[in-house]
Design a protein around this ligand. Structure first.
Ligand code: NAD
Ligand code: UGA
Length: 458
């Protein structure tokens, strides 16, 4: 067995994860492959115009690309070069047939497994990096091990990094999870992967932070971990509505709840609801699994997390509507931030997208600004171009706010509190309103300037 690693799928997971694996394992060759030619070209671009924005990523890629990290579209050759094969292709929610709207669409996964079996030139360890429904590894193992000559050991190694902090999360993870079959060949494969995460000379993840379980526990843990995080966001947002109705302040409530060490302070920030490519998809996947096993009450419980999240975006628009005299038609609203969170250009499932569509239904003239997400925002809202009031886009918040009736802050970019709010106020139509859905601005200061201010949970 050689030490080389290939990762199939050069997206948000494959790119950063493999860059850090290459950095911490300079004695291993790491190849990242993808069917998407333009994505690979961007990973290989001379000026490091990488296909995704992630703080610190360019520095790691500069350090290892061309030394022991390579990007390629030749998947067959890479599979033949490497004995450890990570699969990090996308696993979107299935939109057709059985399980539509809930189950994972596994067609990319199965196609990848079949290709690996077709091209293999020796025994391989296949590592599930994508988030997958419980028991996918069994299906993969069944497909792969129809091979006459070679043995394939399938491991589950879900990724817990968050976008915006991916490099930090990868370099110093709370834990790494490896699930393997409880057999001699399963144990040997787990040991091989543990070596990768400990890094050359044991300088990466401390051994006690690499947790090993059986395959099914690893697959389920990933879905459960995301469901717990999503549930915390929905829980605090449910409390936020009540705060608005009663005069309580959700940030104060969260601070005190979080001071209880059994609960902890993280993931208690009320806001426009969770976005990102995974929370909704993974919770829906869990709902589908519960339904499949007849656990209907558990399915309903997890579905509540999604319903609460959707409700939060509807609530934002209703509050804006009421505060702007029950008519939004032809008013200009500047949307500050479109990415689903700060420090990323990713807009998948962003609450800003849902809110933009609801405002477009009201014929709002929306001017969208974001430091990193404008190209994705334009693609996401392409179909609104034919509506009576299509959105406009600018990277300059001052341009977005000019003559606007309201600023709707959707993403907690650190540059927004530092803007010249007096200058913004002067350029707007009066009465000028700010709806800070992230509670990240100084509301008292804004009120002194003259703004009407709305917050979440206050
Ligand atoms: P992505 O869409 O950014 O990247 C997936 C890549 O796989 C794409 O570039 C696509 O072209 C490629 N691909 C698809 N089919 C292929 C094939 N047959 N051969 C080669 N390449 C193929 O997706 P992502 O955000 O990287 O997510 C991938 C998986 O990782 C998902 O299951 C997701 O749930 C999981 N995950 C993502 C994150 C995250 O922060 N984005 C975190 C943890 C887990
Ligand atoms: C999340 C998890 O945090 C990762 O552990 C996991 O690996 C990843 O999903 C995945 O499987 O894809 P990510 O979606 O990148 O990471 O970002 P988070 O920081 O978790 O934020 C998710 C959403 O929740 C964002 O829209 C964020 O603004 C929102 N959020 C988060 C809140 O509204 N309040 C909070 O207190 C925390």
């Amino acid at each position: 067995m050689n030490k080389n690693i290939v990762c199939i799928g050069a997206g948000y997971i494959g790119g950063p994860t493999m860059a850090v694996i290459a950095k911490m394992n300079p004695d291993r060759k790491v190849i990242v492959v993808d069917i998407n030619k333009s994505r690979i070209a961007a990973w290989n671009s001379k000026n490091y115009a990488l296909p995704i924005f992630e703080p610190g990523l360019v520095d790691v890629v500069k350090e290892v690309r061309g030394k022991n990290l390579f990007f390629s579209t030749d998947i067959k050759k890479a599979v033949q070069d490497c004995d450890i094969i990570f699969v990090g292709v996308n696993t979107p929610t299935k939109m057709f047939g059985k399980g539509a709207g809930r189950a994972s669409d596994l067609q990319y996964w199965e196609a990848t497994a079949r290709n690996v079996a077709k091209w293999a030139n020796g025994d391989k360890i296949v590592v599930e990096k994508s988030t997958l429904p419980v028991r996918t590894a069994a299906a993969m193992s069944a497909i792969l091990n129809t091979h006459e000559k070679y043995h394939f050991e399938v491991l589950s190694n879900p990724e817990f990094l968050a976008e915006g902090t991916a490099i930090k999360d990868l370099l110093t993870p709370d834990r790494v999870l490896i699930g393997g079959a409880k057999t001699p060949s399963g144990d040997a494969a787990v040991d091989e992967l543990v070596k990768v995460y400990c890094g050359k000379g044991g300088k990466w993840v401390p051994r006690e932070r690499v947790l090993t379980t059986n395959v099914w526990s690893a697959e389920l843990t990933k879905l459960a971990a995301n469901a717990f995080l999503a549930q915390r966001v929905s829980s605090i947002n449910a409390i936020a509505g009540l705060c608005e109705a009663t005069g309580a302040d959700v940030d104060e409530v969260a601070r005190v709840i979080g001071a209880d060490r059994r609960i902890g302070p993280k993931f208690l920030k009320a806001g426009p609801g969770f976005g990102g490519s995974c929370f909704k998809k993974d919770v829906l996947n869990l709902v589908y699994l519960c339904e499949t096993f007849g656990l209907h009450t558990a399915a309903e419980y997890w579905m509540g997390v999604i319903k609460m999240n959707d409700h939060q975006q509807e609530r934002i628009v209703s509050r804006l509507f009421r505060a702007m005299f029950n008519t939004l038609a032809n008013k200009k609203i500047a949307m500050f931030g479109f990415a689903f969170k700060a420090d990323t250009g990713d807009t998948r499932e962003t609450p800003a997208g849902t809110v933009a569509r609801l405002l477009n239904d009201e014929h709002v003239c929306l001017s969208i600004t974001d430091p990193k997400a404008i190209p994705n925002a334009k693609k996401d809202l392409e179909d609104l171009l034919c509506t009576p009031t299509p959105p406009t886009y600018t990277s300059d918040p001052y341009v977005a706010a000019k003559d606007a009736d309201a600023i709707l802050l959707m993403t907690d970019w650190s540059e927004y509190p530092a803007l010249d709010w007096t200058k913004l106020y002067k350029s707007m139509r009066k009465p000028a309103l700010v709806f800070d859905t992230r509670n990240c601005l100084d509301a008292d200061k804004l009120r002194k300037i003259g703004f009407t201010v709305l917050n979440i949970g206050k």
